[in-house]
Design a protein around this ligand. Structure first.
Ligand code: NAG
Ligand code: NAG
Ligand code: NAG
Length: 390
């Protein structure tokens, strides 16, 4: 509490000094000094948790206030946290081995057969050796249509909606794909995802990026930070908690970091579950956005390269039927160059940010969901025409 005393002291010295010039010490100065001292002491004893309280202390918000505190009032790292920090820093410092033939790994997370295999077949065709495919089918053994998918099923397990088993499946896909040192980038896709561009475009977009496309934003509302559990303390504070869609792209270093994580993973496994302590927390929406916000915030783009349309504001995003699909629809999606995130408080905030690729503003999306299987034929018809023009 030394700093508090010093502050209180300097506050008192000021009016004393003035006293020499002003014959009577004005009452308002005493009141002001008392008020300021009171707030400063309160700030130490009860560190501000919500943003409105932060503004009382500092117009720049909580972060600024905490940085201003002397370092000894910040907590010590836990043993697991220290180990995690060392590992993460080591992975980030070690660029992946340059291989002759860098590839992109396409990780498909699906209940069973993939309705768009024939479209992906058109997409992959002619680019053999520049990609690899992994399929995690959580319910039924898929029947494959395309040669690029045959024998690409990995050992799989059941996946429960909103459960940690979803994260386990993602880690299983990453683990399998990481065994091939040529795989430098990893994209997670679902059975309802389609490609929006031709292969070379996607390859160059991902191969030459220096960040991972992980969706992550701060939602202070009931579908965001209200799902946070204080059991996640001390390593995960409420202000670190983030939300985002699960459909990631990870560069190899980040994929290594994900499969090595045990600390943050176990916090989410134990305390982020539907119905846990009356909260509906979903690991797939919070684990990676929060994890990377803690370990490497500057290393993620904060948006996903897979487009989804939430503009109908329903529980599920818009799903496209055959009559919805047209050249114009794809043109509309591929020309979007800003991301929109909406928070869930009563007074919704809409956060719009430009999509920036290596310093240049570019369209955001390489893939899109959710498409019904009935759209396959029309998508195949327009895919080649369409991608020839973009
Ligand atoms: C992503 O968001 C984090 C905060 O969570 C921020 O520190 C980082 O700079 C953002 N990344 C980019 C590329 O803007
Ligand atoms: C990525 O590249 C951009 C532009 O060259 C640069 O501004 C940014 O700091 C880089 N980010 C990382 C994480 O290296
Ligand atoms: C695709 O392009 C060809 C040749 O330009 C054209 O004849 C055909 O109608 C186009 N198909 C669609 C679905 O736009």
């Amino acid at each position: 509490m030394k700093a508090t005393e010093a502050w209180g002291l300097s506050m008192q010295i000021l009016p004393m000094h003035r006293h020499r010039h002003v014959s009577r010490r004005p009452v308002w100065i005493i009141v002001l000094v008392c008020l300021v001292s009171f707030f400063v002491i309160c700030g130490y004893v009860y560190p501000p948790e919500n943003s409105s309280a932060c503004y009382v202390f500092s117009p720049r918000g909580c972060k600024a206030f905490q940085e201003w505190l002397p370092s000894y009032t910040r907590r010590e790292l836990t043993d697991e946290e220290l180990a995690s920090q060392v590992l993460v820093q080591e992975f980030l410092r070690t660029p992946p081995q340059q291989t002759e033939n860098p590839k992109i790994a396409f990780l498909f997370l699906t209940p069973g057969s993939l309705p768009f295999e024939n479209l992906w077949d058109v997409f992959f065709s002619g680019h053999e050796g520049k990609f690899s495919v992994y399929v995690h089918a959580s319910q039924r053994k898929p029947v494959h249509q395309s040669k690029y998918f045959i024998d690409r099923d990995i050992h799989s397990d059941k996946v429960g909606w909103g459960q940690v088993s979803m994260i386990d499946a993602e880690r299983r896909l990453l683990g399998n794909a990481l065994r091939d040192p040529d795989n430098q980038h990893f994209v997670l896709l679902s059975d309802s995802c389609i490609p929006l561009h031709r292969f070379e475009y996607v390859y160059n977009y991902l191969m030459y990026t220096n960040v991972s496309y992980i969706d992550s934003f701060l939602d202070p509302g009931p579908h965001g930070n209200d799902r946070y559990s204080p059991h996640m303390l001390p390593e995960i504070e409420k202000e670190d908690f983030r939300k985002g869609a699960q459909w990631f792209h990870l560069k190899r270093q980040h994929a290594m970091i994900v499969i090595s994580d045990t600390l943050y993973y176990s916090k989410f496994r134990n305390y982020c579950r539907p119905g846990f302590e009356g909260r509906n927390c979903y690991c797939d929406e919070h684990y990676l956005p929060t994890f990377f916000n803690i370990v490497d915030p500057g290393g993620m783009a904060n948006w996903s390269v897979t487009h989804v349309d939430w503009s109908e504001h329903k529980w599920h995003p818009k799903s496209y039927r055959a009559q919805d699909v047209s050249y114009e629809l794809l043109q509309k999606i591929t020309s979007i160059d800003e991301t929109v995130h909406e928070t869930s408080e009563a007074k919704k905030q809409v956060i719009v940010k430009p999509c920036v690729w290596n310093g240049v503003k570019r369209p955001c999306y390489l893939f899109a969901r959710k498409f019904y299987p009935e759209t396959l034929d029309i998508l195949i018809q327009i895919f080649s025409n369409y991608t020839a023009s973009v």
